[in-house]
Structures are given as C-alpha cells and as structure tokens.
Ligand binder design. Sequence first.
Ligand code: NAD
Length: 496
Amino acid sequence: MPLTQAQWQQRASQLSFETRAYLDGEFTHAASGKTFPSLNPATGDTLAQVARCEAPEAERAVACARAAFDKGDWSRLAPAARKRTLLHLAELIAEHQQELALLDTLDMGKPITSALGDVASAIECLRYTAESLDKLYGQVAPTGEEALGLIVREPLGVVVSIVPWNFPLMMTIWKIAPALATGNSVILKPSEKSSLSALRLAQLIALTEIPKGVFQVLPGFGTDVGKALALSMQVDAIAFTGSTQVGKLLTQYAGQSNLKRTFLECGGKSPNIVFEDCADIPCVARQAAAAIFHNQGEVCIAGSRLLVHNRIREPFVRALCEAARSMQPGDPLDPQSFMGAIVDQEQYDKIASYIALGEQQGARREAIITDDNRQVEGCFIAPTIFTGVTADMAIANEEIFGPVLAVMGFDDEEEAIAIANDSDYGLAAGLWSQDVNRVIRVARRLQSGQVYINNWAGPDMTMPFGGVKQSGNGRDKSLQTLGEYTETKSIWLAIT
Ligand code: NAD
C-alpha cells in the first residue's frame, strides 16, 4: 500500500542520519573535525552536519583501498562468491528502499515517487551486474601450435567513483556495482549536496561480507577531497558522473599525476525531434514535456531542445503548454507531485538567470503558470517553455539543468539533423515519426550516445548508457561496463 504525504512526513520526522565518513571499515569524523550542512531545499531546514573530508582522509582511504586490493580477499575472490555478496547487498537495499528514497528526497528535493523509482533501478542494476559477473569468459588467442595465448581480464585496482546529486543513490550504484563486481577497491565521493543516502548505503555494506577497505565513502567538497583523490598516484581509475567542466579538470588531474583512467559521464543539451507525421500530437507533447520537466529538469539526458516541424509547431506548442500545466512543482513528500524542489539556492539562481537571459535575448516565454499558482514556498521553479528560440541564444546551447525548454522549428530532415548536431554535447536524442525509414536514417546521423525513437529514456539495464563529444566517454549499465572496470592481460605460454 503506497504511503500518503502525511505518512512520509511522519517517517521523515523520525529519521536519523549517518553523517560520518566510512573509512577502513569504520565510521569516522573528519580528522579536522570540520563538517558541512546538508540542507532540505524544499524547506530550507538543516538536516544534518556531515563530516567534511579533505586531503588527509583521501590519503588514508587510498592506502586502505590499495592494501585491501593487494591482500586479495575481494580482488582475487571467486566471481561466484562476489556475486553472492552483491546479491545480499541488493536484498539489504530492497529491505530499506523506502528509507533510502526518503533520504534522497529530503537531501536534494526530488519527488518521493521518483526517488522510489530510482532506488528500484539501483536494485535492478546491482542484481543485473551481480548475476552477470560469473558468466564472463576470457579468450584463447588463435596462435599457432607453438603457443597458448590467453587473454584474461583483471580488475584495475583502486577506483574512485565521483558522483553528482541529481540521482544520488542510482548514480552511485551505476558506478560502484560494476567496479566492485570486477574485484576493484572502491572509494565513493558523493556530491556535497546529497551525501546522506551514500552514508546509509555504507552502513548496509558494512553488514555484508565485503572486506574492510574494499568500499569507503568520503563526503566532502570536490575541490578538496575530490581533487586530492583525483591527483593521487595510487588511484588507478576515476569513474565520474557530473558536469563537463569538472570532467575536463579530472582529465587534467590524471595527466598531472599517474595517467589514471578517467571514465566521464558529463552534461548534455539533448535534442528531441518531432516530425510532422508524429503519431498523436497531445500524446507526444506530454512525453516531450516529461522529457524535460521530470526530476525538475535536473537530468543529464533532459530533452532540453525541442525541434518541431514547422507544419505542426503551433498545435504542438499548445499541447505542450497544456501538458506542462499538469507538471507543477509541489511538496516532494507528496506522492502526487510531478516535480519537487530545485537542489539548492545556487542552482535555483543559475536557472533563474537563464530564464532572464532567454527573455533578454528575445525568446518568448509561454504562459504556463504564475508564481501565484505555486503550491509551496521554497526552491521551486515551474515548467518554463521558450519559443522563438534561435541557435545563437544561450538557452539553445548551454546546459541549464533545470525545467527550461527551448523550442525551435525546422522545415526538413537535413535542417533537423544540422540543428540537433550543432552542439558541444552528444548524450541523448529523441525522434518522433511513423516513418521507419526516416527514423533509422536520422538516428544513424545523430551525434549522440543514445537515440530514443518514439519514446524518451527507454533503455533498461541491457543497453549501455553514455555520451559522445563533450558529454563524455564512459558507459554505464549493460555488460559493456564490466569491461570498463577491468584491464586486459595477454598471457603467452610457449609450448615446446
Ligand atoms: P559537478 O561536476 O559540479 O559535480 C559532480 C561531482 O564532482 C561532485 O561529487 C563534486 O563534488 C565533484 N567535484 C567537483 N569539483 C571537483 C574537482 N575539482 N575535483 C574532483 N571532484 C570534483 O556536477 P553536479 O552539479 O553534481 O551534477 C550535475 C552535472 O552532472 C550536469 O552537468 C549533468 O548533466 C551531469 N550528469 C551527467 C550524467 C551522465 O550520465 N552523463 C548523469 C547525471 C548528471
């Protein structure tokens, strides 16, 4: 039986938070004693003071991770045994899914219904990855009879996972599941805007047979603990999800230190292209609205550029505005809320400044809702749709990471492809048409890590997820990700 808003509020009032780092198998305060506040953006309340880890904690964690890796209790454990442990972890997460969802909702403002979906996806990812790990085989090379050539895959060593705040638990599991599955030691650096579910996860991991030092969590700021980890000479890889700007810094840190691998999942400005023969305008408009307004638009694959064929543009925009009216922000603890609160004041101000810039640069802001219609006070922004957008405007080019949609028209397929590809990013793209030849033709020409045809964000665990161009180079999910966290070793045995 789903909980009501009042029941969620009551649970929230009874929650207690783990706020200490998880280092070398112990929960511990930062050596400096420093903390930083975790705020609920829907109310402005301080939820907790979280340990602020810095370079000394980074150094200690890396040494513990390296020692655990070299000891081999996890890195050399039989895959079937690692599988059992990770499936146990999935069960523990499933037992605590409401609590984990509540932590993400309180910490970063997403609606509780979305947060529950995220936890379900995290569990699915962990189970899929655990079930896959003992079904991967190495290869025997086609050598001559004088040799046996074995190609085996080995864990990388110490992997640092640096994650953002928009899907705190789900992004964490996307990163740590394949890294742990393949035998690595993992240090997780959650976003300073959403550390609480990561620390609760550490409590659950402490209940499993994952050995001490194999999984650690260092809450703190990117510019100190994150940077220290990324510059470490003892870290073998950084698996990152976050902004393109920070992704570029991490590449530099890798070059300045030990040339560690960097898997980057970065930002996006994804085009959603609606052709004149789309199946059903109100239905497609609803899905196009959800593609940008879901999770308050704080989604890497948000369909933030809507390209509509000029022949249907006017009725489509009318249907879009109608759909957006039913997607208003509300109390994140209300299971009926479609959107929740923006993560913090800084992000709110950034989004508000893009809305102001859109108006200044001459785009037309469609009337969706006024401030009078707001259901709650706090860091909330209503769905915002701009029409009359041109390619040179900031709202057409830059990632806003909020509920702001730029609508542009086009006259033919070539023009749609040109506008779609005219971006530094290449994370996702959508196509809506009933012409099967056209959708395949266009899908092949789009510079994008994923293309959704007559849906948005469809893929399940079986499909890789990641970008091209400045959206990054890594891949999460699917069997492919297990390959990313391993190194190939060639073993040549001479036969005499
Ligand atoms: P961000 O880049 O500001 O921060 C991400 C993480 O990097 C945080 O943990 C932060 O503390 C850390 N960090 C910041 N500076 C650092 C530094 N100098 N050294 C080491 N670590 C540092 O991003 P954000 O605001 O948390 O998240 C929003 C961004 O994430 C958006 O651009 C969004 O598109 C992107 N994102 C991408 C995907 C994807 O799969 N491609 C998924 C979700 C979010």
